[in-house]
Design a protein around this ligand. Sequence first.
Ligand code: F6P
Length: 549
Amino acid sequence: MQAPRCDQTAAWTALTAQFAQSGRRFDLRPAFADDATRAEAFSLSAPEVFADLSKNHWDAETRGLLLALARECQIEQRRDAMLAGEPINHTEGRAVLHTALRAPRGAAPFSDEVHEVLDRLLAYVEQVRDTATSGIRHVVNIGIGGSDLGPQMVVPALDAFAHRGLQLHFVSNVDGHDIVPVLRGLDPRETLVIVASKTFTTQETMANAEVARAWFLAGYGEGGEAAIAKHFAATTTNVAAAAKFGITTTFGFWDWVGGRYSLWSAIGLPIALAIGAENFRALLAGAHAMDCHFAEAPLEANLPIQLGLLDVWYRNFHGYTSRSVAPYHQGLRRLPAYLQQLEMESNGKCVDLDGQPLPFGTSPVVWGEAGTNGQHAYFQMLHQGTDVIPVEFIAVKTPCYDAAGGTGLPDSVRAGLADQHHKLLANCLAQSQALMLGKSTEDAMGETAPTASKSLDALTIARHRTFPGNRPSTTLVLDRLTPAAMGALIALYEHRVFTSGALWRINSFDQWGVELGKALCSQLLPRFATGDTDGLDGSTAALLQRLLG
Ligand code: F6P
Protein backbone atom coordinates (compact mmCIF):
# COMPACT_ATOMS: atom_id res chain seq x y z
CA MET A 1 0.00 0.00 0.00
CA GLN A 2 1.24 3.47 -0.89
CA ALA A 3 2.43 5.57 2.09
CA PRO A 4 0.05 8.47 2.75
CA ARG A 5 1.12 12.09 2.70
CA CYS A 6 1.34 13.62 6.19
CA ASP A 7 -1.74 15.81 5.75
CA GLN A 8 -3.88 12.81 4.81
CA THR A 9 -3.51 11.01 8.12
CA ALA A 10 -5.52 10.78 11.33
CA ALA A 11 -2.47 11.95 13.30
CA TRP A 12 -2.33 15.15 11.23
CA THR A 13 -5.96 15.87 12.06
CA ALA A 14 -5.25 15.24 15.74
CA LEU A 15 -2.16 17.47 15.62
CA THR A 16 -4.19 20.22 13.97
CA ALA A 17 -6.73 20.06 16.79
CA GLN A 18 -4.05 19.87 19.45
CA PHE A 19 -2.22 22.85 17.96
CA ALA A 20 -5.41 24.94 17.90
CA GLN A 21 -6.35 23.95 21.41
CA SER A 22 -3.04 24.33 23.25
CA GLY A 23 -0.01 23.80 21.00
CA ARG A 24 0.08 27.33 19.62
CA ARG A 25 0.17 28.76 23.16
CA PHE A 26 2.81 26.36 24.45
CA ASP A 27 5.24 28.13 26.76
CA LEU A 28 8.61 26.69 27.66
CA ARG A 29 8.84 28.53 30.96
CA PRO A 30 5.90 26.93 32.77
CA ALA A 31 6.71 23.66 31.01
CA PHE A 32 10.07 23.59 32.81
CA ALA A 33 8.68 24.99 36.06
CA ASP A 34 5.99 22.30 36.17
CA ASP A 35 8.15 19.35 35.23
CA ALA A 36 11.52 18.74 36.86
CA THR A 37 12.14 15.83 34.51
CA ARG A 38 11.54 17.74 31.28
CA ALA A 39 15.21 18.08 30.29
CA GLU A 40 15.77 14.37 30.70
CA ALA A 41 12.47 13.34 29.16
CA PHE A 42 13.20 15.30 25.99
CA SER A 43 16.87 14.37 25.59
CA LEU A 44 18.14 11.66 23.28
CA SER A 45 21.50 9.99 22.80
CA ALA A 46 22.65 8.74 19.43
CA PRO A 47 26.16 7.64 18.45
CA GLU A 48 28.59 10.52 19.14
CA VAL A 49 25.72 13.02 19.55
CA PHE A 50 23.66 13.95 22.59
CA ALA A 51 20.59 16.07 21.87
CA ASP A 52 18.68 18.27 24.26
CA LEU A 53 15.30 18.68 22.58
CA SER A 54 13.60 19.99 25.72
CA LYS A 55 13.68 23.67 24.75
CA ASN A 56 11.31 22.96 21.88
CA HIS A 57 7.63 23.75 21.64
CA TRP A 58 6.32 20.30 22.37
CA ASP A 59 5.05 18.21 25.22
CA ALA A 60 4.57 14.48 25.60
CA GLU A 61 1.22 14.60 23.84
CA THR A 62 2.58 16.47 20.81
CA ARG A 63 5.55 14.18 20.58
CA GLY A 64 3.27 11.15 20.79
CA LEU A 65 1.12 12.49 17.96
CA LEU A 66 4.17 13.26 15.84
CA LEU A 67 5.44 9.73 16.35
CA ALA A 68 2.00 8.45 15.33
CA LEU A 69 2.24 10.67 12.25
CA ALA A 70 5.60 9.12 11.36
CA ARG A 71 4.14 5.64 11.72
CA GLU A 72 1.09 6.47 9.61
CA CYS A 73 3.40 7.84 6.92
CA GLN A 74 5.27 4.52 7.07
CA ILE A 75 8.56 6.15 7.85
CA GLU A 76 10.18 2.87 8.86
CA GLN A 77 9.17 1.10 5.65
CA ARG A 78 10.34 4.05 3.55
CA ARG A 79 13.65 4.21 5.41
CA ASP A 80 14.11 0.46 4.89
CA ALA A 81 13.35 0.85 1.19
CA MET A 82 16.09 3.47 0.89
CA LEU A 83 18.61 1.36 2.80
CA ALA A 84 17.78 -1.70 0.68
CA GLY A 85 18.53 0.18 -2.53
CA GLU A 86 15.02 0.49 -3.94
CA PRO A 87 14.81 3.23 -6.61
CA ILE A 88 13.21 5.79 -4.31
CA ASN A 89 14.54 8.66 -6.44
CA HIS A 90 11.73 7.80 -8.83
CA THR A 91 12.00 10.84 -11.13
CA GLU A 92 15.50 9.76 -12.08
CA GLY A 93 14.90 6.02 -11.61
CA ARG A 94 17.75 5.75 -9.13
CA ALA A 95 18.48 4.13 -5.81
CA VAL A 96 19.68 6.36 -2.96
CA LEU A 97 22.55 4.56 -1.32
CA HIS A 98 24.99 6.98 0.27
CA THR A 99 24.68 4.75 3.36
CA ALA A 100 26.35 1.94 1.36
CA LEU A 101 29.44 4.11 1.00
CA ARG A 102 30.13 3.95 4.72
CA ALA A 103 28.99 0.41 5.47
CA PRO A 104 31.61 -2.18 6.41
CA ARG A 105 32.71 -4.61 3.72
CA GLY A 106 29.90 -6.96 2.77
CA ALA A 107 27.24 -5.16 4.80
CA ALA A 108 25.36 -3.19 2.12
CA PRO A 109 24.51 -3.26 -1.59
CA PHE A 110 27.41 -2.63 -4.01
CA SER A 111 29.94 -3.44 -1.29
CA ASP A 112 32.56 -4.86 -3.69
CA GLU A 113 32.57 -1.79 -5.94
CA VAL A 114 32.52 0.61 -3.00
CA HIS A 115 35.43 -1.00 -1.18
CA GLU A 116 37.49 -1.49 -4.34
CA VAL A 117 37.41 2.28 -5.01
CA LEU A 118 37.85 3.15 -1.33
CA ASP A 119 40.93 0.94 -0.96
CA ARG A 120 42.45 2.33 -4.14
CA LEU A 121 41.64 5.90 -3.18
CA LEU A 122 43.13 5.56 0.29
CA ALA A 123 46.29 3.91 -1.05
CA TYR A 124 46.66 6.90 -3.39
CA VAL A 125 46.02 9.26 -0.49
CA GLU A 126 48.87 7.78 1.51
CA GLN A 127 51.22 8.14 -1.47
CA VAL A 128 50.39 11.82 -1.88
CA ARG A 129 50.59 12.45 1.88
CA ASP A 130 54.16 11.17 1.81
CA THR A 131 55.09 14.66 0.77
CA ALA A 132 58.83 14.09 0.88
CA THR A 133 58.41 11.55 -1.93
CA SER A 134 55.37 12.96 -3.76
CA GLY A 135 56.60 16.54 -3.66
CA ILE A 136 52.96 17.69 -3.31
CA ARG A 137 52.36 20.53 -0.85
CA HIS A 138 49.09 21.99 -2.13
CA VAL A 139 45.84 20.40 -3.21
CA VAL A 140 43.30 22.42 -5.18
CA ASN A 141 39.81 20.89 -5.29
CA ILE A 142 37.76 22.20 -8.19
CA GLY A 143 34.08 21.36 -7.81
CA ILE A 144 30.78 22.99 -6.93
CA GLY A 145 27.67 22.15 -4.90
CA GLY A 146 27.91 18.61 -3.61
CA SER A 147 31.35 18.25 -5.17
CA ASP A 148 32.64 21.09 -3.02
CA LEU A 149 30.54 21.86 0.06
CA GLY A 150 31.08 18.58 1.93
CA PRO A 151 34.89 18.54 1.67
CA GLN A 152 35.05 22.31 2.14
CA MET A 153 33.07 21.95 5.36
CA VAL A 154 34.80 18.86 6.76
CA VAL A 155 38.43 19.83 6.11
CA PRO A 156 38.46 22.83 8.50
CA ALA A 157 36.27 20.95 10.97
CA LEU A 158 38.93 18.26 11.26
CA ASP A 159 41.89 20.61 11.16
CA ALA A 160 43.28 19.02 14.34
CA PHE A 161 43.77 15.80 12.38
CA ALA A 162 45.17 17.39 9.23
CA HIS A 163 48.56 16.86 7.59
CA ARG A 164 50.53 19.97 8.44
CA GLY A 165 52.57 19.85 5.24
CA LEU A 166 49.65 19.71 2.84
CA GLN A 167 47.49 22.73 2.27
CA LEU A 168 43.98 22.30 0.91
CA HIS A 169 42.33 24.92 -1.32
CA PHE A 170 38.79 24.95 -2.71
CA VAL A 171 37.67 26.59 -5.92
CA SER A 172 34.01 26.45 -6.87
CA ASN A 173 32.69 29.65 -8.41
CA VAL A 174 32.83 30.31 -12.15
CA ASP A 175 33.84 33.82 -11.09
CA GLY A 176 37.56 34.10 -11.81
CA HIS A 177 37.93 35.90 -8.48
CA ASP A 178 37.74 32.47 -6.90
CA ILE A 179 40.49 30.65 -8.79
CA VAL A 180 42.90 33.51 -9.45
CA PRO A 181 43.97 34.19 -5.84
CA VAL A 182 44.32 30.46 -5.22
CA LEU A 183 46.54 29.69 -8.19
CA ARG A 184 48.52 32.93 -7.95
CA GLY A 185 50.59 31.75 -5.01
CA LEU A 186 51.11 28.13 -6.07
CA ASP A 187 53.89 26.24 -7.82
CA PRO A 188 52.47 23.68 -10.31
CA ARG A 189 55.26 21.22 -9.42
CA GLU A 190 54.04 21.14 -5.81
CA THR A 191 50.33 21.12 -6.62
CA LEU A 192 47.72 18.42 -7.10
CA VAL A 193 44.53 19.56 -8.83
CA ILE A 194 41.40 17.48 -8.22
CA VAL A 195 38.56 17.96 -10.67
CA ALA A 196 35.50 16.86 -8.71
CA SER A 197 32.27 16.51 -10.62
CA LYS A 198 29.67 13.78 -10.55
CA THR A 199 28.66 14.51 -14.13
CA PHE A 200 31.92 16.05 -15.39
CA THR A 201 29.80 18.49 -17.36
CA THR A 202 29.08 21.24 -14.83
CA GLN A 203 29.83 24.61 -16.42
CA GLU A 204 31.63 26.15 -13.46
CA THR A 205 33.82 23.15 -12.77
CA MET A 206 34.77 22.56 -16.38
CA ALA A 207 35.65 26.24 -16.84
CA ASN A 208 37.86 26.25 -13.73
CA ALA A 209 39.46 22.95 -14.73
CA GLU A 210 40.44 24.47 -18.10
CA VAL A 211 41.96 27.49 -16.35
CA ALA A 212 43.85 25.21 -13.96
CA ARG A 213 45.21 23.14 -16.83
CA ALA A 214 46.35 26.25 -18.72
CA TRP A 215 47.98 27.55 -15.52
CA PHE A 216 49.66 24.22 -14.94
CA LEU A 217 51.07 23.91 -18.47
CA ALA A 218 52.27 27.52 -18.47
CA GLY A 219 53.99 27.19 -15.11
CA TYR A 220 55.37 23.68 -15.41
CA GLY A 221 57.25 24.24 -18.63
CA GLU A 222 58.72 21.34 -20.55
CA GLY A 223 57.07 17.98 -19.84
CA GLY A 224 53.88 19.61 -18.60
CA GLU A 225 51.53 17.47 -20.70
CA ALA A 226 53.05 14.28 -19.36
CA ALA A 227 53.05 15.63 -15.81
CA ILE A 228 49.26 16.08 -15.85
CA ALA A 229 49.02 12.38 -15.03
CA LYS A 230 50.69 13.03 -11.68
CA HIS A 231 49.31 16.48 -10.92
CA PHE A 232 45.62 16.07 -11.86
CA ALA A 233 43.07 13.62 -10.49
CA ALA A 234 39.35 13.34 -11.16
CA THR A 235 36.52 12.15 -8.94
CA THR A 236 33.45 11.44 -11.04
CA THR A 237 30.82 9.01 -12.27
CA ASN A 238 31.82 10.02 -15.81
CA VAL A 239 35.26 8.46 -16.08
CA ALA A 240 35.18 8.64 -19.90
CA ALA A 241 34.76 12.45 -19.82
CA ALA A 242 37.64 12.77 -17.36
CA ALA A 243 39.83 10.69 -19.66
CA LYS A 244 38.86 12.91 -22.60
CA PHE A 245 39.96 15.91 -20.54
CA GLY A 246 43.35 14.18 -20.21
CA ILE A 247 43.10 12.97 -16.62
CA THR A 248 44.25 9.43 -16.08
CA THR A 249 44.13 9.25 -12.27
CA THR A 250 40.41 8.77 -11.72
CA PHE A 251 38.28 7.59 -8.84
CA GLY A 252 34.73 6.74 -9.75
CA PHE A 253 31.42 6.60 -8.01
CA TRP A 254 27.87 5.79 -9.05
CA ASP A 255 24.60 7.38 -10.06
CA TRP A 256 23.00 6.16 -6.81
CA VAL A 257 25.13 8.67 -4.91
CA GLY A 258 23.43 12.07 -4.92
CA GLY A 259 25.78 15.05 -5.29
CA ARG A 260 24.86 16.47 -1.87
CA TYR A 261 25.30 13.03 -0.30
CA SER A 262 28.64 12.33 -1.94
CA LEU A 263 31.36 13.34 0.51
CA TRP A 264 31.59 9.68 1.55
CA SER A 265 32.51 8.65 -2.00
CA ALA A 266 35.56 9.57 -4.06
CA ILE A 267 34.34 13.17 -3.72
CA GLY A 268 35.80 12.92 -0.19
CA LEU A 269 39.32 12.73 -1.65
CA PRO A 270 40.34 16.19 -0.32
CA ILE A 271 39.15 15.16 3.14
CA ALA A 272 41.14 11.94 3.00
CA LEU A 273 44.21 13.84 1.79
CA ALA A 274 43.89 16.21 4.73
CA ILE A 275 43.24 13.69 7.50
CA GLY A 276 44.68 10.44 6.13
CA ALA A 277 43.29 7.00 5.42
CA GLU A 278 42.73 5.89 9.00
CA ASN A 279 40.86 9.03 9.96
CA PHE A 280 38.80 8.91 6.77
CA ARG A 281 37.75 5.37 7.67
CA ALA A 282 36.82 6.68 11.13
CA LEU A 283 34.65 9.37 9.50
CA LEU A 284 32.86 6.65 7.52
CA ALA A 285 32.51 4.48 10.63
CA GLY A 286 30.97 7.37 12.58
CA ALA A 287 28.41 7.90 9.82
CA HIS A 288 27.72 4.17 9.70
CA ALA A 289 27.07 4.13 13.46
CA MET A 290 24.46 6.85 12.93
CA ASP A 291 22.99 4.85 10.02
CA CYS A 292 22.56 1.88 12.36
CA HIS A 293 20.88 4.08 14.96
CA PHE A 294 18.54 5.48 12.28
CA ALA A 295 17.78 1.97 11.01
CA GLU A 296 17.36 0.23 14.36
CA ALA A 297 16.40 2.61 17.18
CA PRO A 298 12.69 2.65 17.96
CA LEU A 299 11.03 5.89 16.90
CA GLU A 300 10.81 6.95 20.57
CA ALA A 301 14.62 6.97 20.73
CA ASN A 302 15.46 7.76 17.12
CA LEU A 303 17.23 11.12 16.97
CA PRO A 304 17.18 11.85 13.22
CA ILE A 305 13.52 10.91 13.04
CA GLN A 306 12.58 13.11 16.00
CA LEU A 307 14.51 16.06 14.57
CA GLY A 308 12.66 15.57 11.28
CA LEU A 309 9.35 15.47 13.14
CA LEU A 310 10.15 18.72 14.91
CA ASP A 311 10.93 20.26 11.52
CA VAL A 312 7.47 19.27 10.28
CA TRP A 313 5.83 20.51 13.49
CA TYR A 314 7.51 23.91 13.19
CA ARG A 315 7.11 24.33 9.45
CA ASN A 316 3.54 23.13 9.04
CA PHE A 317 1.83 23.91 12.34
CA HIS A 318 3.73 26.84 13.83
CA GLY A 319 4.45 28.23 10.35
CA TYR A 320 8.12 28.98 11.06
CA THR A 321 9.82 29.51 7.72
CA SER A 322 13.46 29.25 8.70
CA ARG A 323 15.84 27.53 11.06
CA SER A 324 19.13 28.97 12.22
CA VAL A 325 22.15 26.76 12.85
CA ALA A 326 24.74 28.01 15.32
CA PRO A 327 27.74 25.74 15.67
CA TYR A 328 29.85 26.85 18.62
CA HIS A 329 33.00 25.51 16.99
CA GLN A 330 34.90 27.62 14.51
CA GLY A 331 35.81 24.51 12.53
CA LEU A 332 32.12 24.06 11.72
CA ARG A 333 31.80 27.52 10.19
CA ARG A 334 30.86 26.07 6.81
CA LEU A 335 28.22 23.74 8.25
CA PRO A 336 25.33 26.18 7.58
CA ALA A 337 26.36 26.46 3.91
CA TYR A 338 26.62 22.69 3.65
CA LEU A 339 23.19 22.26 5.24
CA GLN A 340 21.69 24.80 2.88
CA GLN A 341 22.38 22.46 -0.02
CA LEU A 342 21.57 19.30 1.93
CA GLU A 343 18.20 20.54 3.16
CA MET A 344 17.07 23.11 0.64
CA GLU A 345 18.12 21.23 -2.51
CA SER A 346 16.61 18.05 -1.07
CA ASN A 347 13.34 19.37 0.32
CA GLY A 348 12.78 22.64 -1.53
CA LYS A 349 9.98 21.08 -3.59
CA CYS A 350 6.36 22.07 -4.25
CA VAL A 351 4.86 18.85 -5.61
CA ASP A 352 4.51 15.42 -4.04
CA LEU A 353 5.75 12.10 -5.44
CA ASP A 354 2.75 12.01 -7.80
CA GLY A 355 3.42 15.52 -9.05
CA GLN A 356 0.46 16.94 -7.11
CA PRO A 357 0.90 20.50 -5.75
CA LEU A 358 1.53 20.50 -2.02
CA PRO A 359 -0.93 22.43 0.14
CA PHE A 360 1.67 23.08 2.87
CA GLY A 361 5.19 24.45 3.25
CA THR A 362 8.28 22.29 2.76
CA SER A 363 11.96 23.10 3.30
CA PRO A 364 12.60 25.96 5.68
CA VAL A 365 15.38 28.41 4.92
CA VAL A 366 18.46 27.12 6.72
CA TRP A 367 21.05 29.69 7.66
CA GLY A 368 23.57 30.53 10.31
CA GLU A 369 27.09 31.29 11.35
CA ALA A 370 29.58 29.96 13.87
CA GLY A 371 29.03 31.12 17.42
CA THR A 372 29.93 33.42 18.98
CA ASN A 373 30.28 35.44 15.76
CA GLY A 374 26.58 35.24 14.94
CA GLN A 375 25.74 36.78 18.32
CA HIS A 376 27.35 40.01 17.17
CA ALA A 377 25.48 40.03 13.89
CA TYR A 378 21.93 38.65 13.69
CA PHE A 379 21.13 37.32 17.16
CA GLN A 380 19.43 40.64 17.91
CA MET A 381 16.72 39.57 15.48
CA LEU A 382 16.49 36.08 16.98
CA HIS A 383 15.88 37.59 20.42
CA GLN A 384 13.68 40.58 19.66
CA GLY A 385 12.62 40.31 16.02
CA THR A 386 9.01 39.73 14.98
CA ASP A 387 9.64 36.24 13.59
CA VAL A 388 10.21 33.17 15.70
CA ILE A 389 13.15 31.20 14.35
CA PRO A 390 14.10 27.90 15.97
CA VAL A 391 17.83 27.81 16.60
CA GLU A 392 20.06 24.78 16.61
CA PHE A 393 23.09 25.08 18.84
CA ILE A 394 26.03 22.71 18.52
CA ALA A 395 28.42 22.56 21.45
CA VAL A 396 31.63 20.54 21.64
CA LYS A 397 32.64 19.60 25.17
CA THR A 398 36.40 19.20 24.76
CA PRO A 399 38.41 21.20 22.27
CA CYS A 400 41.12 19.54 20.26
CA TYR A 401 43.37 21.98 18.51
CA ASP A 402 45.75 19.23 17.55
CA ALA A 403 45.11 15.48 17.33
CA ALA A 404 48.14 14.80 19.55
CA GLY A 405 46.38 16.69 22.33
CA GLY A 406 48.47 19.84 22.19
CA THR A 407 47.96 23.13 20.46
CA GLY A 408 51.10 23.46 18.37
CA LEU A 409 51.68 26.69 20.34
CA PRO A 410 53.95 27.20 23.37
CA ASP A 411 52.67 25.49 26.54
CA SER A 412 52.25 28.85 28.22
CA VAL A 413 49.18 29.61 26.10
CA ARG A 414 47.28 26.52 27.25
CA ALA A 415 45.64 28.04 30.33
CA GLY A 416 44.29 30.95 28.33
CA LEU A 417 42.82 28.61 25.75
CA ALA A 418 41.06 26.52 28.40
CA ASP A 419 39.47 29.68 29.67
CA GLN A 420 38.45 30.64 26.15
CA HIS A 421 36.72 27.33 25.67
CA HIS A 422 34.63 27.89 28.78
CA LYS A 423 33.75 31.35 27.51
CA LEU A 424 32.63 29.78 24.23
CA LEU A 425 30.44 27.19 25.94
CA ALA A 426 29.01 29.70 28.41
CA ASN A 427 27.98 31.88 25.48
CA CYS A 428 26.30 28.92 23.81
CA LEU A 429 24.24 28.03 26.88
CA ALA A 430 23.47 31.67 27.63
CA GLN A 431 21.96 32.18 24.19
CA SER A 432 19.53 29.27 24.40
CA GLN A 433 18.66 30.38 27.94
CA ALA A 434 18.03 33.95 26.84
CA LEU A 435 15.90 32.85 23.89
CA MET A 436 13.77 30.76 26.21
CA LEU A 437 13.59 32.95 29.31
CA GLY A 438 13.25 36.34 27.68
CA LYS A 439 12.76 39.34 29.91
CA SER A 440 9.47 40.95 30.92
CA THR A 441 8.91 44.70 30.76
CA GLU A 442 8.42 44.58 34.50
CA ASP A 443 11.83 43.01 35.06
CA ALA A 444 13.38 45.47 32.66
CA MET A 445 11.78 48.31 34.66
CA GLY A 446 13.46 47.01 37.78
CA GLU A 447 16.92 47.15 36.23
CA THR A 448 19.21 50.07 35.74
CA ALA A 449 20.35 50.64 32.20
CA PRO A 450 23.36 52.91 32.44
CA THR A 451 23.66 53.43 28.69
CA ALA A 452 19.97 54.29 28.17
CA SER A 453 19.03 57.81 27.16
CA LYS A 454 18.04 60.04 30.07
CA SER A 455 15.61 61.92 27.84
CA LEU A 456 13.18 58.96 27.58
CA ASP A 457 10.88 57.78 30.34
CA ALA A 458 11.67 54.53 32.15
CA LEU A 459 8.74 52.58 30.67
CA THR A 460 9.70 53.35 27.08
CA ILE A 461 13.26 52.25 27.74
CA ALA A 462 12.00 49.09 29.48
CA ARG A 463 9.84 48.24 26.46
CA HIS A 464 12.90 48.41 24.22
CA ARG A 465 14.72 46.17 26.68
CA THR A 466 11.94 43.56 26.82
CA PHE A 467 12.53 40.10 25.32
CA PRO A 468 9.45 38.01 24.45
CA GLY A 469 11.28 34.76 25.28
CA ASN A 470 9.74 31.33 24.72
CA ARG A 471 11.85 31.04 21.57
CA PRO A 472 12.65 27.41 20.79
CA SER A 473 16.06 25.83 20.38
CA THR A 474 17.76 22.46 20.17
CA THR A 475 21.25 21.85 21.54
CA LEU A 476 23.41 19.10 20.11
CA VAL A 477 26.46 18.15 22.18
CA LEU A 478 29.53 16.30 20.92
CA ASP A 479 32.35 15.16 23.20
CA ARG A 480 35.11 16.05 20.73
CA LEU A 481 35.02 16.95 17.08
CA THR A 482 36.74 13.76 15.94
CA PRO A 483 36.39 12.19 12.47
CA ALA A 484 33.88 9.69 13.90
CA ALA A 485 31.82 12.47 15.54
CA MET A 486 31.88 14.48 12.34
CA GLY A 487 30.66 11.47 10.35
CA ALA A 488 27.86 10.84 12.81
CA LEU A 489 26.79 14.50 12.84
CA ILE A 490 26.53 14.73 9.05
CA ALA A 491 24.67 11.42 8.78
CA LEU A 492 22.28 12.68 11.47
CA TYR A 493 21.42 15.67 9.28
CA GLU A 494 21.03 13.50 6.18
CA HIS A 495 18.50 11.23 7.89
CA ARG A 496 16.63 14.12 9.41
CA VAL A 497 16.18 15.61 5.93
CA PHE A 498 14.99 12.21 4.71
CA THR A 499 12.43 12.10 7.51
CA SER A 500 10.73 15.43 6.82
CA GLY A 501 10.89 14.74 3.07
CA ALA A 502 9.24 11.35 3.57
CA LEU A 503 6.44 12.86 5.67
CA TRP A 504 5.87 15.55 3.07
CA ARG A 505 5.94 12.73 0.49
CA ILE A 506 8.34 14.52 -1.78
CA ASN A 507 11.34 13.27 -3.71
CA SER A 508 14.23 14.53 -1.60
CA PHE A 509 16.78 13.19 -4.06
CA ASP A 510 16.26 15.03 -7.32
CA GLN A 511 16.99 18.71 -8.06
CA TRP A 512 15.07 19.74 -11.16
CA GLY A 513 14.85 23.24 -9.74
CA VAL A 514 18.41 24.05 -10.74
CA GLU A 515 17.90 23.11 -14.40
CA LEU A 516 15.94 26.08 -15.74
CA GLY A 517 18.60 28.60 -14.74
CA LYS A 518 21.29 26.43 -16.29
CA ALA A 519 19.36 26.19 -19.58
CA LEU A 520 18.67 29.93 -19.74
CA CYS A 521 22.33 30.64 -18.98
CA SER A 522 23.38 28.55 -22.00
CA GLN A 523 20.98 30.53 -24.16
CA LEU A 524 22.19 33.87 -22.83
CA LEU A 525 25.90 33.17 -23.01
CA PRO A 526 26.28 33.53 -26.82
CA ARG A 527 24.52 36.91 -26.60
CA PHE A 528 27.49 38.20 -24.60
CA ALA A 529 29.57 37.73 -27.76
CA THR A 530 27.03 39.17 -30.18
CA GLY A 531 25.15 41.71 -28.06
CA ASP A 532 21.92 40.36 -29.58
CA THR A 533 18.90 41.16 -27.40
CA ASP A 534 16.17 39.96 -29.81
CA GLY A 535 13.32 38.15 -28.11
CA LEU A 536 14.49 38.95 -24.57
CA ASP A 537 12.23 40.50 -21.96
CA GLY A 538 12.79 44.22 -21.43
CA SER A 539 14.63 43.91 -18.15
CA THR A 540 17.05 41.21 -19.25
CA ALA A 541 17.72 43.03 -22.55
CA ALA A 542 18.49 46.30 -20.76
CA LEU A 543 20.72 44.60 -18.22
CA LEU A 544 22.62 42.78 -20.95
CA GLN A 545 23.20 46.04 -22.80
CA ARG A 546 24.35 47.73 -19.59
CA LEU A 547 26.79 44.93 -18.82
CA LEU A 548 28.20 45.00 -22.35
CA GLY A 549 28.16 48.76 -22.76
O1 F6P B 1 23.42 22.47 -8.36
C1 F6P B 1 23.00 21.34 -8.99
C2 F6P B 1 23.99 20.23 -8.89
O2 F6P B 1 23.60 19.23 -9.78
C3 F6P B 1 24.14 19.68 -7.48
O3 F6P B 1 23.16 18.79 -7.15
C4 F6P B 1 25.49 19.09 -7.56
O4 F6P B 1 26.00 18.80 -6.30
C5 F6P B 1 26.24 20.18 -8.29
O5 F6P B 1 25.31 20.64 -9.23
C6 F6P B 1 27.52 19.77 -8.94
O6 F6P B 1 27.34 18.78 -9.90
P1 F6P B 1 28.54 17.92 -10.43
O7 F6P B 1 29.12 17.18 -9.28
O8 F6P B 1 27.96 17.00 -11.47
O9 F6P B 1 29.56 18.84 -11.03
